[in-house]
Ligand binder design. Structure first.
Ligand code: URA
Length: 209
C-alpha cells in the first residue's frame, strides 16, 4: 500500500487558505501555487541520497555532502499541473520536465492520452507527477499508467488538494506510488469538484472560465 504524506506545515496551510479564497486573482493564485509547490518539492525530495565530498572552505578542508546525482523528472498533467512546475524547478533546476495531456472520451469516459512527451531515459529517473487537484483520481491514475507503460519505474504523485475518494482510487490502482498532498478535503460534489476545494484549478491559474 502506498503512503499518503499530508503536509500540514503552517506555511503551507496559510498559503492554501489564500489559494482557496475565491477573491484571490490569477496573478496571486499562480504565485501562491508556485510557492506551495516549492514547499512540497522540499518534502518530496527528503529521501534523496547524498554522497560525501571534500571541499575547501576559507577556513579549512572539510568533508561535506552533496546530492548523489539521482536523475529526476517532473511530469505535470496538462493543464493545471503546469502551475506547479516552476516551484519544483526552483529547487530542482537539473530536473527534466515531461508533459502528459489527457481527455475523457465523452462516450466511454475512459481517459485518452492526447499528448505525452517524456525524457528519453524515463526508466532511469525518479518521476514526480504533479497536478493540483486529486478529485476522482481518474486523471492521475491514467497518467501514472501511461508513464509506467513507457518504462517509468519510480513515481511519486504530488497534489495541492485531494479528497478521500481520489486518494483511495490512486492507492488501489498504484500501490507503489506515494502521494504527497497539502490538504485532504472532505469530499467530492455531484460535479466531481472537491469540497471545499478551490474551484477549477486550471481556470483560476489562467483566468479562463
Ligand atoms: N479539478 C479541479 O480543478 N478542481 C476540482 O475541484 C476538481 C478537479
Amino acid at each position: 500500500m502506498s503512503k499518503v504524506h499530508e503536509l500540514n506545515h503552517p506555511l503551507i496551510q496559510h498559503k492554501l487558505s489564500l489559494i482557496r479564497d475565491k477573491n484571490t486573482g490569477s496573478k496571486e493564485f499562480r504565485e501562491l501555487v508556485k510557492e506551495v509547490s516549492m514547499l512540497l518539492a522540499f518534502e518530496v525530495t527528503r529521501d534523496l541520497p547524498l554522497e560525501e565530498v571534500e571541499i575547501e572552505t576559507p577556513v579549512c578542508m572539510a568533508k561535506t555532502k552533496i546530492l548523489a546525482g539521482r536523475k529526476l523528472g517532473i511530469v505535470p498533467i496538462l493543464r493545471a499541473g503546469l502551475g506547479m512546475v516552476d516551484g519544483f524547478l526552483n529547487l530542482l533546476p537539473a530536473a527534466k520536465v515531461g508533459h502528459i495531456g489527457l481527455y475523457r472520451d465523452p462516450e466511454t469516459l475512459i481517459p485518452v492520452e492526447y499528448y505525452c512527451k517524456l525524457p528519453s531515459d524515463v526508466n532511469e529517473r525518479d518521476l514526480i507527477v504533479v497536478d493540483p487537484m486529486l478529485a476522482t483520481g481518474g486523471s492521475a491514475n491514467a497518467a501514472i499508467q501511461f508513464i509506467k507503460d513507457k518504462g517509468a519505474q519510480s513515481i511519486k504523485l504530488v497534489c495541492l488538494i485531494g479528497c478521500p475518494e481520489g486518494l483511495a482510487a490512486v492507492q488501489k490502482m498504484h500501490p507503489d506510488v506515494d502521494v504527497y498532498i497539502a490538504a485532504i478535503d472532505e469530499k467530492l460534489n455531484d460535479h466531481a469538484y472537491i469540497v471545499p476545494g478551490l474551484g477549477d484549478a486550471g481556470d483560476r491559474l489562467y483566468g479562463t472560465k
